[in-house]
Design a binder for this molecule. Structure first.
Ligand code: PEP
Ligand code: MG
Length: 324
């Protein structure tokens, strides 16, 4: 079993009928990046920079961040790396004092891009470090917790301001970094057609999207199956975001845990997804499912999936396509 999977390290992520699917890696550590590269990942689709900020009192300075991002870029050896800007909030163990403590509703508070925009100096430092890392290979910038067009415009403005400064200082970097947004809040999913023109790609964060669409805390075990992406509302939103992305020429990937679960690979493919971002742990298993799939036949089963009105119907659909 493991041997059969190991042979897929150098195999293409191509369906039986010849469709190429992008498999990016979610990678934080040096080991993740080495592993992602060894598995033939198409790049890093999600690098969570908050790990550089957690468990310490001092903020990482520009140099420390630059070195970490450059390591990531060099580790992927020419494949694109997607660096998500700081996604701190009162739900994470921040000790730097950046996050407002005692927010009554951390999940709905000053987190993600809201926090970055309220600390322009800290944010500027991060953007400079990201820009400088782009001198060593292809880098994309991903904005977390976007809810409105204005936030994307503000980040783009700050990014070009920092680029202008770096240019004056004579640093080497890529002038126009692709900018993407996380689609992880219902408003962003619904308003996506209204800001697609500002974006080069989007990444759907199904962990938070499930939390916010279903009003289910992602960390509350007592909710059991209520916290699950196998809900008709989630499937409809996913289908819609994927369709808008296709119409507008904006790459859509899914980087939540859902994309890492091989049992859901065909569900996402049926909804039209062409790019996944997942931890290297299950990348080969997902590639194996992709390679064993006839995409055209699967897509014909999408209407039946979308007609499922209950979890049990969606589970039956999954069992049927996974047995095929
Ligand atoms: C998500 O919300 O699905 C996601 C990928 O981001 P995080 O898990 O870091 O919130
Ligand atoms: Mg998230």
């Amino acid at each position: 079993e493991r041997r059969a999977l190991d042979r897929l390290r150098t195999a293409a992520s191509r369906t039986r009928d010849g469709a190429d699917i992008l498999l990016y890696a979610n990678a934080q550590s040096h080991e993740d990046v080495t592993e992602a590269h060894a598995l033939g990942a198409d790049g890093v689709g999600l690098y969570r920079t908050e790990f550089l900020f957690l468990g310490r009192r001092e903020l990482p300075d520009e140099e420390e961040q630059f070195l970490a991002y450059r390591d990531l870029v060099l580790g992927m050896n020419g494949r694109p790396v997607t660096i998500r800007t700081l996604d701190l909030g009162a739900d994470k163990a921040d000790e730097t004092g950046l996050v407002m403590s005692g927010e009554p509703n951390p999940a709905l508070g000053v987190r993600g891009v809201r926090l970055s925009l309220s600390h322009p100096t800290v944010f500027g430092t991060q953007l400079r470090a990201i820009l400088r890392a782009s001198g060593y290979g292809p880098v994309r910038v991903l904005i977390p917790m976007v809810t409105a067009r204005e936030e994307i415009a503000a980040v783009r403005m700050l990014l070009s301001r920092q680029a202008e400064r770096l240019r004056e200082e004579g640093h080497a970097f890529r002038p126009r970094l692709p900018v993407g947004a996380m689609i992880e809040v219902p408003s962003a999913a619904l308003a996506f057609p209204g800001f697609a023109d500002l974006l080069d790609f989007v990444s759907v964060g199904t962990n938070d999207l499930t939390q916010y669409l279903l009003a289910t805390d992602r960390d509350n075990e007592a909710l059991g199956d209520l916290y699950s992406p196998l809900h008709p509302a989630i499937l409809r939103v996913l289908r819609e975001v994927i369709a808008v992305g296709r119409r507008r020429g904006v790459e859509v990937s899914v980087c939540g845990e859902m994309a890492a679960d091989p049992r859901y690979t065909r569900l996402l493919l049926a909804l039209g997804l062409e790019a996944f971002s997942l931890h290297p742990n299950t990348l080969l298993e997902v590639r194996q499912v992709v390679r064993a799939t006839d995409l055209a036949a699967l897509r014909r089963r999408a209407p039946a999936l979308l007609r499922g009105r209950e979890r049990s119907a969606i589970l039956r659909w999954l069992a049927a396509v996974n047995a095929a």
